[in-house]
Design a protein around this ligand. Sequence first.
Ligand SMILES: [Zn+2]
Length: 271
Amino acid sequence: MTEATAVDDEDGAAEANEAVVVPLDPSSSALEAGDPDPLPERVLVVAAHPDDADFGASGTIASWAAQGASVTYCIVTDGAAGAADPGIDLANLASIRQGEQRRAAEALGVEDVIFLGYADGRLEPSQEVRRDVSRVIRQVRPDRVVAQSPERDYRRIRASHPDHLAAGEATLRAVYPDARNPYAHPELLAAGLEPFEVPEVWLMASTNPDRVVDITGHFEEKVAALSAHASQITDITSVASFVREWAAETARRFGLPPGRLAEAFQVVDTR
Ligand SMILES: [Zn+2]
């Protein structure tokens, strides 16, 4: 962790608060380098399992929260189908994982964690999941949603767990059209939840990332969030070093200066 200490000073933290936009292809006109994203007011992060968002986006989330964004986590499954420790109390695993996710959220400055409670390992982008994510969207009314990519990455199959693909697909279906359509899931409107149009979605683990966020100043919070998931991670030191290398590689790929750490997303305009 000496490297992190070296860059985690005032300047490092301030710099890391800027989302840096770097086109993957310098000849691409789709993105303009140096145009930082405006800070969102309310962010909703939807993920299949407890720990997914902490692996995929927690440096970015900590950065947004530190700048004053209000962040809500929505975890779709109960996470009860897996643990690193074979001797774990399976009957209590769902509640253990809820506690872990709440502690991870606290480490990042996430204000609220909502658990939808679907069975881990069996998730489909069903009408019920679409309705429940639409409900949360109408409650939170986020100006930015962070979700998992619904596209399988054939080069990184472990990022493409079927539950991740299903959670991403259900979330995009909820963003468009369900949450904004007053005729979709009419029970929501009947309960007083007005339609809401989410303007943009940031996809984690995308096969085609086009936005990079410098998380160097928030890497320690990312490690703190990951270390809360004790039922999944037995050796936080080796996970932290793997995650650091991964973040460094992302930074390199997007042309950030040596020593920087980053997370990357595909930003989808959903207006
Ligand atoms: Zn997962």
